[in-house]
Design a protein around this ligand. Structure first.
Ligand code: AMP
Length: 396
């Protein structure tokens, strides 16, 4: 029986999973990955091996009532029945917010769950979904070790000043500060920089995590010194459906003059803004690119996205005192040649030179010349969760 780790990343109606063989003293080895979609409605399960071959898939009717709990139990029983037997030894979870108290991954117990629940108001649209499978496992598989891995933890290296808002001191004391997110992705990129260019691992690097959620992180010697996301996953760059930075006065205007309730305003900022809001068409960069030539609003959404990325990179360069490398990662960063080209071209003043041919084929190096370099590095947040889970288990 091979011991395995399960890595879970739970959303409101989805549950993504990866299964890793645990190898003593070595990197966890991915064997299977898959997801449940449409939980609570028309649920669907699919699992593939590392070559992308579909191993199994199941669809359910809404009347089958497949939610997160049933999905998890289906996965555990699938694991025990499918081909070679694999025995889950631990589960690692992505948890978006670790607040001030969790600066590293942690073995979950009841008190940890309680403290994570207290952070729900800081990430109302993500944290409850992340916690749901943790509670289910606690109830249905009580002996199973679980490790919570945080998107905020990687940014704990930032200075006090980098995390401070210019608000009254008592706000800071109540946890109102910049936390930063996408830390699991930045942790992965930081861990592989040396494989691309050893000087980058020691140097000043800006990582652009551009997916449906988007942020930038400034790394110095591989650790986070500044990032564009702040207190919540709303700040910084425009995203698929999130607004990014807006003047806080806009929110008062929405509440007072436009008579939106706080919940309605929150919904606008999280789910109706960003690429979707500006284009009025889609939050999906592929759709926007395909329509940009004939649809002025699709073009404006892309232009704003690129403009904000380029401006914020300038800000992070100032925080770093210069830049040696720029890394693109996540769905748009890894796949959208045009966004990478537009950002690099906009940074010519900083010495970046776009290598068009290399960019078209995905690099990994997509700059030329002797100035700062630009790279495409695919992220792997799940591997970081597997690494962290293995390391927490090894330490217990
Ligand atoms: P993520 O949240 O990292 O999965 O990224 C989702 C975003 O990546 C969406 O905006 C997709 O449109 C975008 N994306 C994925 N594949 C491509 C592609 N081939 N070209 C352009 N954008 C892509």
């Amino acid at each position: 029986m091979t011991p395995v780790l399960i890595v879970l990343n739970a959303g409101s109606s989805s549950l993504k999973f990866q299964v890793y063989d645990m190898v003593d003293g070595a990197e966890p080895q991915l064997v299977w990955k898959g997801l449940f979609e449409g939980l609570g409605e028309t649920a669907h399960f699919i699992v593939k091996d590392i070559s992308g071959t579909i191993l199994d898939h199941v669809s359910w009717d809404p009347s089958d009532g497949i939610g997160h709990e049933e999905a998890l139990m289906h996965l555990v029983s699938w694991l025990s029945q499918f081909r070679e037997e694999r025995k889950p030894m631990a589960i690692g979870h992505r948890v978006v917010h670790g607040g001030e108290s969790f600066s590293a991954p942690v073995l979950v117990d009841d008190s940890v769950i309680q403290r994570l629940e207290a952070l729900v108001p800081l990430a109302p649209l993500h944290q409850p979904h992340n916690l749901e499978p943790i509670r289910v496992v606690r109830r249905r598989l009580p002996g199973m070790p679980q490790v919570a891995c945080f998107d905020t933890a990687f940014h704990q290296t930032q200075s006090d000043i980098a995390t401070l808002f210019a608000l009254p001191r008592e706000m800071r004391e109540r946890g109102v500060r910049r936390y930063g997110f996408h830390g699991l992705s930045y942790d992965y990129v930081s861990s592989v920089l040396k494989d691309y260019d050893p000087r980058l691992a020691e140097g000043r690097v800006i990582v652009a995590h551009l997916g449906n959620g988007a942020s930038l992180c400034a790394l110095k010697g591989g650790v986070s010194v500044a990032t564009t996301m702040g207190f919540s996953a709303l700040d910084g760059l425009p995203m698929g459906t999130r607004c990014g930075a807006v003047d806080a006065g806009v929110i008062f205007y929405m509440l007072r003059e436009m008579k939106l309730t706080p919940e309605e305003a929150e919904r606008v900022l999280y789910t109706k803004s960003g690429l979707l809001g500006v284009s009025g068409v889609s939050n999906d960069m592929r759709v926007l690119r395909s329509r940009a030539a004939m649809d002025v609003d699709a073009r404006r959404a892309i232009d704003l996205f690129v403009y904000r990325i380029t401006r914020e990179i300038g800000s992070l360069m100032a925080a770093l005192g210069g830049v040696d490398g720029l890394v693109f990662t996540a769905g748009i960063g890894e796949n959208d040649v045009a966004t990478r080209a537009e950002v690099i071209t906009g940074l010519a003043w900083a010495g970046l030179a776009h290598d068009e041919a290399a960019n078209r084929t995905g690099g990994p190096r997509i700059s030329s010349g002797s100035g700062p370099t630009a790279w495409v590095i695919p992220t792997n947040e799940e591997l970081v969760i597997a690494r962290q889970t293995q390391s927490v288990l090894g330490a217990t």
